[in-house]
Write a protein of this length. Structure first.
Length: 226
């Protein structure tokens, strides 16, 4: 099985390293990821800019990796068209730090990178680790092992895929996880516009707001992850 791995947090992020380690246990892995943080770029491509591509010193034995001066979508396009002659069986994007749920999904570079695989009828999965507090320790191992099982089930035909899978795993131990819930997208999200006054000037920024959990609707992705 040939697996293409990307993300939007950058090639040195702990999440992509953990994902590549898990995927290496079940197949041959090619990593193509941005050379820096690219969260929130959605499905953007570098239409008016050149992209740098270089082989990366990646800390997973047996994994070939490239870093790209571009977006996650750029990375997938390069990975599928230029950086390998092998057929890619599965595309996995992540492990993103922070949830990709609700109305925020279209902003996500992690999720939107999977569109390029989906368009080519390649099973494509985005995966995120839901961290509720900024100071909590992030354990990617549970998410990595779940993804290993999920990809195996897809590749072996036990799980049919006709859409992108967007997976969110809570940052808790395997023993605390109750099971897998198939959900619908919530109408709320975590990204909100905030304003800050500096003297006479007002500046605006996008910030994460955990208030989304205060209006949970049963059956939605935000409800399930809480």
């Amino acid at each position: 099985m040939n697996i293409l791995v990307t993300n939007d947090d950058g090639i040195q992020s702990p999440g992509i390293i953990a994902l590549a380690k898990a995927m290496k246990q079940i197949g041959d892995v090619l990593v193509v990821a941005p050379d820096k943080q690219q969260s929130g770029v959605g499905s953007c491509i570098s239409l008016h800019d050149d992209m740098s591509i270089s082989e990366a010193d990646f800390p997973v034995t047996g994994v070939k990796a490239y870093m790209v001066g571009g977006t996650p979508t750029d990375c997938v396009m390069l990975g599928l068209r230029w950086l390998t002659t092998e057929h890619i069986d599965v595309l996995v994007s992540g492990i993103n730090l922070g949830p990709n749920v609700g109305r925020d999904i279209p902003y996500s570079g992690t999720v939107m990178a999977t569109l390029q695989g989906y368009y080519r009828k390649i099973p494509s999965i985005a995966v995120s680790l839901f961290n509720e507090g900024h100071d909590e320790k992030h354990d990617y191992s549970v998410t990595g092992q779940f993804m290993k099982s999920l990809v195996q089930n897809i590749f072996n035909g036990r799980l049919k895929v006709n859409a992108i899978f967007n997976v969110n795993v809570p940052n808790i131990s395997a023993q605390q996880i109750k099971g897998v819930q198939i959900t619908r997208t919530a109408s709320t999200g975590y990204v909100n516009l905030a304003s800050h006054r500096h003297g006479r000037d007002v500046k605006y920024s996008l910030e994460m707001d955990t208030a989304a959990k205060d209006s949970l609707e049963n059956g939605t992705d935000i409800w399930a992850i809480h």
